[in-house]
Design a protein around this ligand. Structure first.
Ligand code: ATP
Ligand code: MN
Length: 462
């Protein structure tokens, strides 16, 4: 007999046929005549109701069916007379695969705090909340590939182990096979990475951008979508040590094209979730955040405010607000500043451009004023920075000068510099933090709750 997923069964109108469904028991209630099992298989937020005529089954077997047990049910699919569901299954056969001791099963009761659920990350996918978050996460990942594929972008796989430590986006995790206690040393007493696996020091990547640029200057339109790693000790609700990033890179795009793409892309993704994850969003809206769906809608309808960093600083100073980090031209904006601009001042997403060059990476295109670069950050309500990007400096001399000023070893970056020596063209790109997007779309408050197994300082249990 064909096993059907709960998602399919709940939509079915082919009644009176015999079907099989497998899943985990959410609840069992009833009396000594009839029992009702709410069964969930993760395919959809809703459960299917299984009706059990107690007299037709072995009593001992029925006792094993408690919250959390994994079971297989065969029975007749019928239209439900009960409230709150359209179909139910009248069981004819039940097999218990695995029991879940009611005295110890951690999800025996509903309503655990998100903090507690983080401690049982191996089981939390079985809750309604994490089922919803994980299905939305999947949808968004799929939509990202669809968006780019439909627009002629090629998916480029950039390396996870990198030999360049010049990406400048944050502290890195070393990758090595050397003996940590007794590494080989050079004559001057330093670790001799020539004897390491790759013959040089290597790290986990913090960004695929530099390699992405190599792809874009050949295929024109590329994107990466993969894990990135940052060994920063930042214990915030918006930072992970391992997170996924989407980095499109486009030859022949200037900063305006880059902003247009970023805005269109974000609107598309949020719309995709609204269309394809309505049930899960409705659940999260009811349980956690009453403004979630309205906020998602508004983000797809409004035109994002675009302004210069300099204007933003003026607004922040004029606001008269006391921020934890005082504002002056030249500072790196903190999330409190970003959120003030988005949530209080403009009341819509903001794209900031033309940042001071001294707080931005070496590869960003220099403006003629000698002070600013063509960077762009997209700022979202509740999140702050969701996208960081720029037009890239394509003029060889300017790029090299900036690298020297910033003490970036140009020798090691010879392959990057050659893109500016051979057929250099204007190009742009950005990085979208995937978990920041999922955070926004689900309305969750902590980034640890939108990735199945979060990696943060002092935490890599699961
Ligand atoms: P922030 O200022 O918020 O620390 P950043 O400027 O270091 O971010 P970028 O290097 O510009 O970030 O990375 C591009 C995008 O990746 C960011 O806009 C953000 O969405 C995401 N991102 C950056 N760091 C993290 C992190 N530690 N965890 C999750 N997402 C991150
Ligand atoms: Mn950034």
């Amino acid at each position: 007999m064909k096993n059907l997923k709960v998602a399919e069964l709940l939509k079915s109108t082919e009644f009176d046929r015999i079907v099989n469904v497998k899943g985990w028991v959410r609840t069992k209630r009833g009396n000594n005549k009839v029992a009702f099992i709410a069964l969930n298989d993760g395919s959809v937020i809703h459960n299917i109701q299984v009706v059990v005529d107690v007299a037709s089954f072995d009593e001992e077997m029925l006792k094993l069916i408690t919250t959390g047990a994994g079971i297989s049910v065969t029975g007749k699919l019928v239209q439900s007379m009960g409230q709150g569901q359209s179909v139910e299954i009248q069981a004819t056969e039940i097999e218990v695969y695995g029991t879940a001791d009611a005295n110890t099963y951690p999800l025996q009761k509903k309503g655990h705090s998100l903090e507690f659920l983080r401690e049982i990350a191996h089981l939390r996918p079985r809750t309604n909340t994490f089922g919803a978050v994980l299905r939305i996460r999947h949808s968004l990942a799929f939509a990202i590939h669809k968006y780019f594929n439909d627009r002629g972008f090629y998916y480029l796989h950039t390396p996870i182990v990198t030999g360049s430590d010049a990406e400048g986006a944050g502290a890195m995790f070393r990758v090595t096979t050397l003996d940590a206690l007794k590494p080989p040393l050079t004559e001057t007493g330093e670790v001799n990475f020539k004897e390491d696996f790759f013959g040089k020091a290597t790290n986990l990547t913090v960004s695929g951008q530099l390699e992405g640029e190599l792809g874009a200057t050949a295929l024109s339109l590329i994107y990466t979508f993969g894990p990135t790693f940052r060994a920063e000790n930042s214990n915030t609700p918006r930072h992970l040590a391992e997170f996924w990033m989407i980095e499109p890179e486009m030859a022949f795009y200037d900063i305006t094209d880059n902003m247009d793409l970023a805005e269109d892309f974000l609107k598309y993704l949020v719309n995709y979730a609204l269309e394809h994850n309505a049930d899960d969003l409705e659940f999260l809206n009811t349980m956690y955040d009453k403004e979630l769906v309205a906020r998602l809608r508004s983000i797809t309808e409004t035109k994002y405010e675009r302004l210069d960093y300099t204007e933003a600083v003026e607004i922040l100073i004029k606001s008269g607000k006391t921020f934890e980090f005082p504002v002056s031209w030249g500072i790196d904006l903190q999330s409190e500043h970003e959120r003030y601009l988005v949530e209080q001042h403009f009341k819509k997403p903001v794209i900031l451009t033309n940042y001071p060059r001294d707080i931005k990476a070496f590869y960003m295109k220099q403006n003629d004023d000698g002070k600013t670069v063509r960077a762009m950050d997209v700022l979202f309500p509740n999140i702050g920075e969701i996208i960081g990007g720029s037009q890239r400096e394509e003029v060889y001399e300017k790029l090299v000068n900036r690298m020297r000023e910033m003490h970036i070893p140009e020798k090691e970056m010879w392959w990057y510099l050659e893109t500016r020596q051979y057929g250099t063209v204007p190009h742009s790109g950005f990085g979208l933090g995937f978990e920041r997007l999922v955070l926004f779309v689900t309305g969750m408050k902590n980034i640890r709750d939108v990735i199945p197994f979060p990696r943060t300082p002092q935490n890599a249990e699961f």
